[in-house]
Ligand binder design. Sequence first.
Ligand code: GLY
Length: 603
Amino acid sequence: MVLVLEGNPWDVVDLRAKKAMTTRRAFLQTAAASGVLSTGIPRFAHGWDKLTINHGAATVHPLATRSAMRILQSGGNAIDAAISAALVLGVVDGHNSGIGGGCLVLIRTAKDQILAIDGRETAGQSAHEQMFVRDGKADPKLSQNGPLAAGVPSQIAAMKQMHTAAGRLPWKDLFADAKKAAFDGVLASKSIGRTIAAEADELRKYPASKEIYFHPDGSPIREGELLVQKDLASTLGNLAEQGADWFYQGPFAQSCENYLKSIGGILTAEDFRLYQPKLRTPIRTKYRSYEVIGFPPPSSGGIHIAQMLMMLEPYPIGVWMRSREDAYYHLLCEVMKRAFADRAHWLGDSDFVDVPAGLLDPQYAQDRMADFSSARASSNIDHGWPNGSSERELNSSEPAPGEDRKHTTHLTTADDEGNWVAMTCTVNTSWGSKVTVPGTGVMLNNQMDDFSISPGTPNAFGLIGSQSNAVAPGKRPLSSMSPTMVLDQSRQPILTAGAAGGPRIINATLQVLLRVLDGGCSVAEAVAAPRVHHQWRPDQLLFEDQIGVGTPWEITPAIRDRLTALGHPLKASGALAISQAIHRQSNRLEAAHDPRAHGSSEA
Ligand code: GLY
């Protein structure tokens, strides 16, 4: 729904109601209910020049999108809507995100503030660099599954901060849809069915996980079957009534400590008590006539999207995208390699390591491209030396390719007043640690695997890292989550995007931005168009061969042949990431969900 009212709206509503309406919000509700805004729009020469009713949401699940829209249409703002949608996603799409995990949130408020809320999980106080090493060798199974894999869950703390900073509806109202979905049950989606089956052996090890995700006869819940989560409903009810302290200072934290201790974990109630979300300084970059706002460390997304945009800016991206696709993808691949080499080397939690500010220097971006050749793929890219850097150890062994399943979730909301939210939530890989805390329905994340558990040991995404991203007590693992906003020259939001899919998030978000800002695509086209991904190690250029076939954006065999001739080691891939986005054009909002998943968007 996009409705634009020009002129003085007071003139078109019932004058008796006028007295009762003290806010613009109240007017909008009354006017919408009276049908004024959905029929002919009168224009007046005075009063508010342009009043736009513009709200929207996009998520990977129709129930979550509906929840966001319900909140937006019943007096809540975009912040309330995002919280409600994220809570619903934790119930209906719990293999990707949930209150046992974390999130990064970028908010543009109607008051023109940008809030970057870091709700990243942290390592417990007794975490240490050797915690995943057995017999002298790092064991990724320990960081990917089981009690050691979890960091302190942080989504609830981040939501509390979002709500305190800019929410409107009462906190408890935001839990209603999620609680109902958990209590009544929802039909398991295709990806719920697929991921329970794929992780069945690990899930079965933990009695509370087994009880939720399997039938009494031991068979897994399949697509289309009812998934009921009564314990989770009661946890959501406790959170609604008693607030975040119930989770961090009270019974939940204690249950978690007791259970994890009994199965070899290390998180304690004290770790929960110490957890704080952090308000970060967002990364702001000029790109053409826009300002692109990204999420800073512990995300790598903001820095590397900024860095890649700066490397790309001298080139005619929009023209190449449409008529010289080989040049476009060649250039993209080259900037991705350079950015991901820097990521592996320099990035980590900036509260623990110095992330060189020089990474964001436009001159550094140009220097990184000094050896770019339009005639051949580079074969020997290494990290650069931005200002403010000092050497760190990085084992340069070639990692195995990461798994290409999709994890995490990105959602976005915008309201009539100009509040916009980009929120990426995750338990890390599907079903996180696979450990559900008994009696709570809460599945804990496996975010510890996003640390570099030892030099040269790739994580689930095939990413390697340096000492910058080593495990330490209270430290936050490096993330690729990239909630991003774009402002126009009058500082108004025009685009927000983000994605799910491990390191592919960064490159997918970049490509959505480029399709809209340079390519002039609609946001739906931008989200749907096929994408490529290179993450420096291993040296392979992934491309989506089954996406966009027959559209102007298809990565055709002819384009692939030319990329191969340039020296790129191409590899066909399934869906590389799942992106949601909202775009505003001439005061009209368009929300888009990624057709690679079964989400929905409304505006
Ligand atoms: N767990 C995926 C990420 O944060 O990048």
